[in-house]
Write a protein that binds this ligand. Structure first.
Ligand code: GRF
Length: 214
């Protein structure tokens, strides 16, 4: 990616706490990116309030208003192109993107997921981790593809599961990690020095699985 600040689109459907973490990171130097536009597919997404209060350009594109996913995707693509977006960050965005969307932003759509993928993809990752009895879960930032919670992994960080955890308690500790991990993943992606080889994201300067320099 280039040296000038990279315009980001943040796509949300709900709370928007990762949007907040990314927007705050972008206000500090050395991030290499700024939030060009926030897009929500739901008018009642709580994250929109933060976006507007923060003075971010926030646009609602309600998926229900479109006859097909392709038409919804096309409307989002048009908006992102109009804003000059170079990197798309999905943060709790509850729509699976179509092939055309993915082809428009090759290796330039990021997603965060509250598990150590490929374990527990899908909407109920934290509850499933508890029910399965895993001792370690965590958070993953990966390049998004048209397949749900798939795509090459950029960074992961483990979070231990405690005996007393229910899904809410574990989700809260994972979320704290997400708020650090997602901005870090964006910073690294926009800084460049990486390539995707098969399913692997390889770094020229070396990076550990936790996202810290190895
Ligand atoms: C996060 O847990 C993220 O991992 C998952 O959806 C949640 C979004 O939370 N994909 P928020 O809207 O960023 O607060």
């Amino acid at each position: 990616m280039e040296k000038t600040s990279v315009p980001l689109a943040i796509l949300i459907s709900g709370r928007g706490s990762n949007l907040r973490a990314i927007a705050e990171a972008a206000t500090h130097g050395q991030f290499g990116a700024h939030v060009a536009v926030v897009v929500s597919n739901r008018a009642d997404a709580k994250g929109l309030q933060f976006a507007r209060e923060a003075g971010l350009d926030a646009v609602v594109i309600p998926h229900g208003a479109f006859a097909s996913r392709d038409q919804f995707d096309a409307a989002v693509i048009d908006l992102l192109r109009a804003r000059g977006v170079r990197l798309v960050c999905l943060t709790g965005f509850m729509r699976v993107l179509g092939l055309r969307f993915c082809a428009t932003f090759p290796n330039a759509i990021l997603n965060i997921h509250p598990s150590l993928l490929p374990a527990f993809p899908g909407e109920h990752a934290v509850r499933q981790a508890i029910e399965h009895g895993v001792k370690v879960s965590g958070a993953t930032v990966h390049f998004a593809t048209a397949d749900l919670d798939s795509g090459p992994i950029i960074v992961q960080e483990a979070v231990p599961v405690r005996d007393g955890d229910d899904a809410d308690a574990l989700a809260a500790r994972i979320l704290e990690v997400e708020h650090r991990l997602y901005p870090e993943a964006i910073r690294r992606v926009v800084a460049g020095g990486w390539r995707v080889v098969g399913r692997r994201v390889l770094w020229d300067r070396g990076v550990s699985s936790s996202g810290h320099d190895g």
